[in-house]
Design a protein around this ligand. Structure first.
Ligand code: CTP
Length: 398
């Protein structure tokens, strides 16, 4: 499956390094050529002899070793690779990467690389959750680095929590996903996301609590599956998906226009929480209060319904149109009616009125409404909802 692929494997100094021996064995079985690099600390955990014997290639570790450099320079190593994998990716390696440091072989290769990089973090739970590490992870995600794990469970140090390195099988699957064409390759996906802001005057606006996280995660999931993604977002707080074409808009009317300009797509997912109404004539000047002056009256008019417009297109309608339904009561009944009223194929319904905050939160519990009925999904992270939805869409499009 990975025949002919060249994987530059950087082994960091952590107890999980022993699991990398199994990973090298699996990749070898898949036909990949593994070029191993070890940090000085990694050699304290596994021997270079075991690594090079399994990889069938010498271990590189010293930037200043003339013999190693004469054979193949470190820049060439990164150019020859199809993918760079860092396992275990320690807090130290990630901190160096996030800040662009290059003071040993591993960090220099990572800075010099122009290839995709997959990180398999491994560290103690308190280190994983440390604010500095979280900042570094956010920067690396923003830079487009791929992640597999860490997982939740018991650690070598005896503590319990998130920080355990993903199992070799999971890292192998992530490597395959990064190197082999995904099921959405050649497909174009449009996603709307976030809230819209409807101006009242130059300083005030009507908005809602959407963070845009669910939409961003859906975009990331489709990018991972190999799709070409057009991501149209209102002023959301969530970080924008790397690898997608990002179009920033403010109002519902801007969003409708951007959707029109985006042109034909295979599927469109309308995750945005679009404001239903806008102020008919926003004031050019700030509305002032003054003694004896009447309260301002906001005359509301309805915004264009983007989902309904696209669902009912006569020409160029996407093969699959997916809407969202934010409800606070009669979730399934209202969502079924909404699907029919708007004319979309599927509705992802979520209860935004419950005790657990969905809007602005990390998790979601949805019901997928299709022509076959209502399918409740359990509570999961918005990332998992996105992944499951993207896979379902890719299956429906074949
Ligand atoms: N939507 C849209 N354009 C609008 C309003 C909503 O594209 N002007 C889309 C949303 O992106 C979502 C779906 O329609 O996919 C349903 O949004 P929701 O707010 O749940 O429904 P509404 O149409 O606003 O209906 P109601 O307020 O009556 O529940």
């Amino acid at each position: 499956m990975l025949a002919g692929k060249n994987i530059l494997l950087i082994i960091g100094g952590g107890i999980a390094a022993y699991k990398v021996l199994e990973l090298i064995r699996l990749l070898g079985k898949d036909g990949a050529q593994v070029v191993p690099v070890m940090t000085r600390a990694a050699k304290e955990f596994v021997t270079p002899l075991s690594v090079s014997a399994l990889a069938g290639a010498p271990v590189r570790s010293d930037l200043f070793d003339l013999e190693e450099e004469a054979e193949m320079g470190h820049i060439q190593l990164t150019r020859a690779a199809d993918l760079v994998v860092v396992a275990p990716a320690t807090a130290d390696i990630m901190a160096k990467m996030a800040n662009g440091l290059a003071n040993d072989m591993a960090s220099t290769l990572l800075l010099a690389s122009n290839k995709p990089v997959l990180l398999a973090p491994a560290m103690n739970v308190a280190m994983w959750e440390n604010a500095a590490n979280k900042r570094n992870v956010a920067i690396l995600e923003q830079d487009g680095k791929l992640f597999v794990g860490p997982e939740n469970g018991e650690m070598a140090c005896g503590e319990f929590g998130t920080g355990r390195m993903a199992e070799p099988e999971a890292i192998r699957a992530a490597i395959q996903a990064a190197l082999v064409d995904g099921p959405m390759k050649g497909k174009r996906v449009l996603i709307t996301s976030g809230p819209t802001h409807e101006p009242i005057d130059p300083v005030r606006y009507i908005a809602n609590r959407s963070s845009g996280l669910q939409g961003s995660e859906i975009a990331r999931a489709f990018v991972r599956l190999g799709a070409e993604v057009v991501f149209i977002t209102g002023p959301a707080s969530a970080t924008r998906p790397v690898g997608a074409q990002v179009i920033e808009v403010e109002t519902a009317r801007d969003m409708a226009a951007a959707v029109k300009v985006a042109g034909e797509v295979d599927t469109a997912i309308f995750a945005a929480a679009v404001a239903d109404w806008r102020v008919s004539r926003a004031s050019d000047d700030k509305l002032k209060k003054a003694a004896g002056k009447a309260l301002p009256e906001l005359d509301l008019v309805e915004n264009p319904d983007i989902l309904a417009t696209v669902s009912q297109l006569e020409a160029g309608r996407p093969k699959l149109v997916v809407g969202f339904a934010a409800e606070t009561e009669n979730l399934v009944k209202n969502a079924i009616a909404k699907r029919l009223r708007k004319g979309c194929d599927w509705i992802v319904a979520n209860d935004v009125g419950g005790e657990r905050a969905v809007m602005g939160g990390q998790d979601n519990q949805v019901v997928l409404i299709t022509e076959d009925g209502a399918e409740p999904w359990p509570w999961m992270s918005k990332r998992e909802v996105a992944q499951k939805l993207a896979l379902r869409v890719s299956e429906a499009l074949v």
